[in-house]
Design a protein around this ligand. Structure first.
Ligand code: SF4
Length: 454
């Protein structure tokens, strides 16, 4: 783990109790995913099909994007193209201003997180309410989501109860999830009714029909799309599937991989605006076409944002999403970061490369190979090259290896002590050293041969 990532992790998950709770909650999603996958006899064939569809779509993305635009326009939607985050913010602001919108009901969209849309709209005097419960919690808390499916998974019930007490007037000390959810529901209801526009993300877009597909478990996107007369849908240009008949492949994989459900509770296919309303679809590039042009890394664009790779990742589970320096945490965030967010270029180094992410990815993205590939391409963190050189030197020479072992055993008791110039001390703050080995394996083996060892 890089030092910056470790420091950020300590802020969000400050003690072992918080880490253990987070780890357990996240891994429970992984466990549910395993059970759901086991119930589908053709699960591996489904993953294979999804991967092939994604590869095909990305190989012909220009054709499918043009087809999508033509069909969506025929259906009455207006398609806008945003080259980068600033473009998305500008287009959305212009649309909302043109409709004199002051209040927006927004459903979960990692793309708008990526592009900083909420903060921008607020700075323009347009009030945005996140309507997904988890998103609402982090919005009230004034922090970004820490998971792409369960944005507030890093918060305990007690923390959420205290927040709702302060912001919604629930009884002090209330931690019952059902009562807290009811309170949030009451609070959101009036905000839905008074919203003048709905902003949603897009899970999939169908080139054949010009439809967008929005999946939620709370129905909040559906309210946001159907109460106000203006619907602004923000989609990354990689969200396309060629035909409507391809959609079930991904829907079957998405919910099972995310939460273990057979399907998300609400899956809405929107083709054109409803009568008397307007549908604007903003298709965002923001670095994606550069990634598409890179054959070594383009497969990352196949991601359907199910979160399964986060739920299985030993680093994510213990560090939490806020440790990652980008809008998308976990293995897929670490793979996308170097291409989409220069600040996250160190993330590929913060991985155990265990491959668990690749094993669960429903669209078979070779995540750990991608992380390794980025490590080869990106500048190495300070000190790593020197450490690698030293390790190679020591491992090549038996006498240096013995000397290093001796020094290691001598310094064992002070490795965790904080003093200037001891890099091990900060690393060991969150880790326990195993018991002191006493003697080297070689000397114990030799004694054993002479009948004096263990
Ligand atoms: S990379 Fe795969 S497992 Fe991770 S979020 Fe995307 S689709 Fe899911």
């Amino acid at each position: 783990m890089t030092q910056a990532l470790e420091l950020a992790a300590r802020r969000t998950l400050p003690d072992e109790g918080a880490v253990t709770r987070h780890d357990g909650a996240v891994f429970d999603l992984r466990r549910r995913r395993d059970l759901a996958a086991a119930e589908v006899p053709d699960w591996e064939a489904l993953r294979e099909r999804a991967a092939a569809l994604k590869t095909h779509t990305l190989d012909h993305l220009d054709t499918y994007l043009e087809r999508f635009e033509a069909r969506a326009t025929e259906a009455g939607a207006v398609v806008h193209w945003a080259e980068d985050a600033a473009d998305l913010r500008r287009i959305a602001t212009e649309l909302l201003r043109a409709h004199k919108v002051e209040r927006v009901a927004k459903s979960k969209s990692m793309l708008t997180e990526e592009c900083g849309l909420n903060a921008h709209l607020e700075s323009q005097g347009i009030h945005v309410v996140d309507t997904d419960l988890g998103e609402r919690i982090v919005q009230l808390q004034g922090e970004p989501p820490s998971h792409i499916i369960v944005p507030a998974i890093h918060r305990s019930r007690a923390e959420i109860g205290a927040l709702f007490h302060e912001r919604m007037g629930t009884p002090r000390g209330e931690t019952d999830p059902e009562k807290l959810t009811r309170a949030a529901r009451r609070d959101l209801r009036s905000r839905f009714l008074s919203a003048q526009a709905g902003i949603t993300g897009v899970n999939f877009a169908v080139a054949e029909t010009g439809s967008i597909v929005v999946c939620t478990n709370e129905g909040n996107a559906d309210l946001g799309m159907s109460i106000p007369r203006l619907h602004v849908a923000c989609m990354g240009l990689e969200k396309l599937v060629p035909r409507m008949e391809d959609l079930p492949v991904f829907l079957r994989l998405l919910a099972r991989s995310a939460t273990g459900q057979p399907i998300t509770a609400y899956t809405s296919v929107v083709t054109g605006p409803r009568e008397g309303a307007e549908l604007h679809i903003i298709v965002v590039d923001n670095g994606r076409s550069a990634l598409l042009a890179d054959p070594g890394h383009r497969s990352a664009l196949g991601c359907i944002r199910c979160g399964a790779c986060l739920n299985t990742c030993p680093v994510y589970r213990r560090a939490g999403g806020h440790a990652y320096e980008g809008p998308i945490p976990g293995p897929i965030g670490a793979v996308l970061a170097p291409a989409l967010h220069p600040a996250g270029a160190a993330l590929p180094h913060a991985s155990s490369l265990c491959g668990s992410c690749t094993a669960v990815c429903p669209v078979r993205i070779d995540l750990h190979d991608q992380l390794l590939a980025w490590r080869r391409e990106l500048p190495r963190p300070r000190g790593e090259a020197l450490l690698g050189w030293l390790a190679a030197l020591v491992l090549r020479s038996p006498s240096l290896y013995r000397l290093a072992g001796r020094l290691g055993r001598l310094s064992w008791p002070i490795l965790g002590v904080r003093f200037p110039g001891n890099p091990a001390a900060s690393w060991l703050r969150g880790r326990k050293l195993p018991r002191h080995p006493g003697a080297s394996f070689a000397s114990r083996w030799a004694r054993r041969g002479q009948g004096t060892g263990p």
